[in-house]
Design a protein around this ligand. Structure first.
Ligand code: FMN
Length: 377
């Protein structure tokens, strides 16, 4: 483990120095005043767990079962659109690192590589995140392609009913659709590592979206995604999807405990509690704040993301009843900071962090975490 980067904060600081400003802002920004981003982190930091004493020597076992699979740790990689803008072949690097570390990887609908290109790195167990196409034929075809490529688990994202405004992104000069203006080029010129990578690999596009762009030639990927995708599905759509997808179905972006009975009735297999890392709605609760009520409302597996800053936060989520956790930005900080080696480095940080804090808590398995809950506010 490179001792210069022992924590996510170190990877984040180096990523910031290596990415052009508009790329950094795309990756890191939240919406509004970023109150939700701050709150996500504060709620984690404010949750105290009572350490254990006199528990003797223990060997931790981080193996965690979820949706019929065994993973090496209770953490995975959340879907991030246009990962390729952060680092060339980001999806490939992340997928290979996830498989090597025994963690799930979720490919975004708006990724810069297709399901067929990424699946071979996922050992037959990829997760595919869906922003559903409006056109029913394209929708069917997308699901068929994901399944045929080897994606087992489908994640429907429901917290993007409309596009959000991210002011930092706007201020940086990044437009929708992106245009390499003189202003952006000036930002690129002072970031040689990134510029070299893009010069070698070419600027990324939304690969899957582009495959369906035949009749609308001339639109950029981003403009086309807005035209093609319906990011605001409804309950009828969810039940259609439940029938159309045979494998595990996860709904991502759940925060309201009152919606849980209806999600259960719809036949969903797991709930992914998320406020999209504070990127969508700046008054949203932190997933950790609603987790106890949602845990009380269902026995479904619960996945938590948004603001996890290390292994201790993973244990905090598990202590309040989560079964699994995900990180979004941090994997990309790792890529931008350390290139291809980054994701494996982050997986090692998370493992060391989990093992050391589980030792403090006297936990052998992550699933024992709920017994250790102790909150001091
Ligand atoms: N979530 C999706 O469901 N689909 C996406 O395409 C998607 N794109 C994202 C792009 C970026 C740059 C970021 C930072 C997040 C994106 N998310 C997307 C949200 C993540 O899946 C995840 O919920 C969030 O990053 C978790 O918070 P964290 O970054 O604090 O770990």
């Amino acid at each position: 483990l490179d001792s210069r980067y022992p924590a996510i904060a170190d990877l984040k600081a180096r990523a910031r120095r290596r990415l052009p400003r508009f790329v950094w802002e795309y990756l890191d920004a939240g919406t509004g005043t970023e109150a939700t981003c701050r709150r996500n982190e504060e709620v984690f930091a404010g949750l105290r767990l009572m350490p254990s004493l006199l528990h003797g020597e223990q060997t931790p076992d981080l193996t965690t079962r979820l949706l019929g699979q065994a993973y090496q740790m209770p953490v995975g990689i959340a879907p991030v659109g246009m990962s390729g803008l952060i680092w060339p072949d980001a999806e490939g690097h992340l997928a290979r690192a996830a498989t090597a570390a025994g963690l799930p990887y979720t490919l975004s609908t708006v990724a810069s590589q297709t399901p067929e290109a990424v699946a071979p790195h996922l050992a037959g167990n990829g997760w595919f995140q869906l922003y559903p196409p409006r056109d029913p034929e394209i929708r069917q075809d997308m699901l068929r392609r994901a399944r045929a490529a080897g994606f087992t688990t489908l994640v429907l994202t429901v917290d993007v009913p409309v596009a959000s405004r991210r002011e930092r992104q706007l201020r940086s000069g990044l437009t929708q659709p992106p245009r390499l203006s003189p202003r952006l080029l000036a930002q690129v010129a002072i970031r040689p590592a990134w510029a070299l990578g893009m010069a070698r690999h070419g600027m990324p596009r939304m690969a899957l979206i582009d495959d369906y762009s035949r009749p609308e030639k001339g639109l950029s990927s981003t403009a086309h995604a807005g035209y093609l995708l319906r990011t605001s599905p409804d309950w009828d759509y969810l039940s259609w999807l439940r029938d159309a997808w045979q494998g595990p179905l996860v709904v991502k972006g759940v925060l309201d405990p009152d919606t849980v009975p209806r999600l259960m009735a719809a036949g969903v297999d797991a709930l992914w509690l998320s406020n999209h890392g504070g990127r969508q709605f700046d008054a949203a609760p932190a997933p950790l704040e609603v987790l106890p009520a949602i845990r009380a409302a269902t026995d479904l597996p619960l996945i938590v993301d948004s603001g996890i800053s290390g292994g201790l936060d993973i244990l905090r989520a598990l202590a309040l009843g989560a079964d699994f956790t995900m990180l979004g930005r941090a994997w990309h900080f790792a890529l931008a900071a350390l290139g291809a080696q980054g994701p494996a480095h982050l997986a090692r940080i998370l493992r060391l962090d989990l093992e050391s804090n589980m030792g403090q808590l006297g936990l052998i398995r992550p699933s024992e975490a709920p017994d250790r809950q102790m909150k001091i506010t």
